[in-house]
Design a protein around this ligand. Structure first.
Ligand code: MRU
Length: 345
């Protein structure tokens, strides 16, 4: 994140994870100190910290902070804490990936208590630093796919707010701006929690990018008018065959893009690819409260309390609809079962 704003970091006294409370953006910039497992769980499940890479970094720092407060045999306590944190959100694989990295570090360690804490600190710092480097590499690769002046449609928020720096899906726009490209970004507001309106339009306009906010349902019309040259999205879990879970509505964008002959690009780090999921059918989709549809962000409810809601937080875009998956190692093309394996073998 540019300027003084940061998404997630370890506090100076190392007793807390500090996060930007993203539920308050764009109206207020406030940071929270997360010191207990319950506070970290709440911050992730309530989307105060959100976006797959940022959740992973938060969980990594969280495991270290929790370990510092433990005495006796750390491993069983860390395993219980890790299981609890992983249960805060099911779809983004970066959460379990980061927790398991911390647990593997603890399992491999045979030294003293203090040495184990020091190893855990190095591991969570590495998770954070790697995220910065990886997002930068993804953004560089993304720049090879677009041209100065292009109109780019975004969905949800896959920028620095969803990671540590640059982000995945928005990194190309942010890096391109630094290099003098003049992109036109069109941001789907992204119902129901409005990450596109609240976060993406905030991030991109603050970076000086020409940014236009649209209702999700306006995207198809923009495509028909020729204003969109590419669609950029991040993701929460990519199956081995390339099926991709991302914020609800992503699949509709991909179908629309295919109809209009517009490339649809998914941006993701290796940590978001789950080779143990063969296809999208193996991905667990988080379902959230109907209040997010009926009452959040409205001064009065927009539907009666008795009305039933179905509120999946994510959908799965079929691999066939994805023009390319842009990673830190390079750009994978369909069929992804081969191309992703080749990039990361
Ligand atoms: O529910 P959220 O806000 O955590 O959903 C986030 C997304 O769907 C992002 O697009 C995804 O995590 C990629 S972030 C680089």
């Amino acid at each position: 994140m540019s300027g003084r704003i940061f998404t997630v970091r370890l506090s100076e006294d190392e007793n807390a994870v500090e996060i930007l409370d993203q539920t308050l953006i764009p109206n207020r910039i406030e940071y929270l100190r997360l010191e207990t497992a319950g506070q970290i769980f709440e911050a992730i499940s309530e989307l105060r910290v959100r976006g797959a890479p940022a959740i992973g970094v938060c969980a990594g720092f969280g495991m270290y902070v929790l370990a510092r407060g433990m005495s006796g045999d750390l491993l069983p306590q860390l395993e219980r804490a890790g299981e609890y944190l992983i249960s805060s959100r099911p779809t983004a694989v970066n959460l379990s990936w980061a927790v398991n990295r911390m647990l593997d570090c603890a399992r491999k360690h045979s030294g003293s208590h203090d040495e184990l804490l020091s190893a855990l600190k190095s591991e969570c710092t590495a998770i954070c630093d790697e995220d910065k480097a990886v997002c930068r590499a993804i953004s560089e690769n993304g720049l090879t796919l677009v041209h100065d002046g292009d109109g780019i449609l975004t969905h949800c928020n896959a920028g620095a707010l969803a990671a540590v720096e640059y982000g995945t899906g928005l990194g190309t726009l942010l890096l391109g701006k630094e290099r003098g490209y003049n992109f036109r970004a069109y941001c789907d507001e992204t119902r129901p929690l409005l990450q596109g309106a609240r976060l993406t339009s905030f991030e991109l306009s603050h970076a000086g990018i020409d940014t236009t906010l649209i209702c999700d349902s306006a995207a198809s019309m923009l495509m028909k008018q020729g204003k969109i040259q590419a669609c950029f999205v991040g993701c929460d879990r990519v199956a081995a065959n390339g099926d991709t879970a991302n914020k609800i509505g992503t699949r509709s964008v991909a179908i629309n893009a295919k109809y209009h002959g517009i490339p649809f690009y998914v941006f993701c780090p290796r940590s978001t690819i789950d080779f143990s999921c063969k296809t999208g059918n193996d991905i667990v989709i988080e379902e959230r409260s109907g209040s997010e549809i009926k009452t959040n962000f409205f001064s009065q409810p927009v539907a009666e309390e008795s009305v039933k809601c179905w509120n999946p937080a994510f959908d799965v875009t079929d691999a066939e609809l994805i023009t390319a998956i842009v990673t830190e190692r390079g750009i994978a093309r369909y069929p992804y079962t081969e191309s992703l394996r080749k990039l990361f073998s």
